[in-house]
Design a protein around this ligand. Structure first.
Ligand code: ADE
Length: 223
């Protein structure tokens, strides 16, 4: 899978996508992430990419031309399955959306901007809008990082034990069960005996019961 991220703040994406599982997935060739600076595609003086809104008011709006230049340039190289815009107006992001995006070959993510982007970009160039939650971020970069991370980690091979992405919270509509490791007892706080019993069948049963119980208690809406 290839993900192209379009932003006016590429520095914001350096760190989140260059560590741990996502870094290793790129090294293994499972995923490629390219971050593009929209400013490199403007024909305006002083690398200008935003301007005042026709409707007035404070805050600048990202202009259509640099973004169209960049999208057109990328589309010449390959076909994109989705051109995503990150915005609080978009479809609420979920594990099932991450799973379905992970089956695509080429994704483009245009990072939103605090005041907005010229609406014609959304009308003519964007194929999908995604919100990561009902709150407002200063820009779409963190949302783009969340989308890229959650999509890449479910691609088979990204996580060494393939099972482990499938047993995540939400994958079966349930929250994940609690996990414990050594020491079995710390300050008198004991890990559940069942997990130390070695009885795999009983452990599996217990884990499922815990998932159901936690989901009922913490996220009843998921049941
Ligand atoms: N940009 C600003 N807020 C956002 C949100 N909640 N989701 C996605 N992109 C955003």
């Amino acid at each position: 899978m290839r993900i192209d991220i379009l932003t006016i703040l590429p520095e914001l994406l350096d760190s989140p996508l260059n560590h741990s599982i996502i870094k290793r997935a790129q090294q293994k060739g499972i995923a490629e992430i390219f971050v593009h600076n929209i400013r490199n595609y403007t024909n305006y003086k002083h690398r200008q990419v935003d301007d005042y809104a026709f409707s007035g008011g404070a805050g600048m709006v990202l202009m259509i031309e640099p973004i169209d230049n960049l999208i057109t340039h990328l589309k010449k190289e390959r076909e994109y399955d989705e051109i995503i815009y990150t915005s609080p107006d978009g479809e609420l992001y979920s594990q099932s959306l991450a799973n379905s995006l992970s089956l695509k070959n080429n994704l483009m993510i245009l990072c939103g901007h605090y005041k907005g982007i010229d609406h014609r970009i959304r009308e003519h160039l964007i194929t999908m809008e995604i919100s990561i939650g009902d709150y407002v971020l200063t820009g779409g970069e963190l949302a783009a990082a969340i989308i890229a991370d959650s999509v890449i980690r479910v691609i088979p091979g990204a996580i060494s034990d393939e099972q482990s992405a499938l047993t995540d919270s939400f994958q079966d509509g349930l929250l994940a069960p609690p996990v414990y490791t050594r020491p079995a007892e710390y300050k008198g706080w004991k890990a559940p005996d069942i997990l130390l019993s070695g009885n795999t069948k009983e452990i599996e049963k217990w884990l499922h019961e815990q998932s159901v119980e936690r989901t009922k208690k913490l996220r009843p809406g998921l049941i």
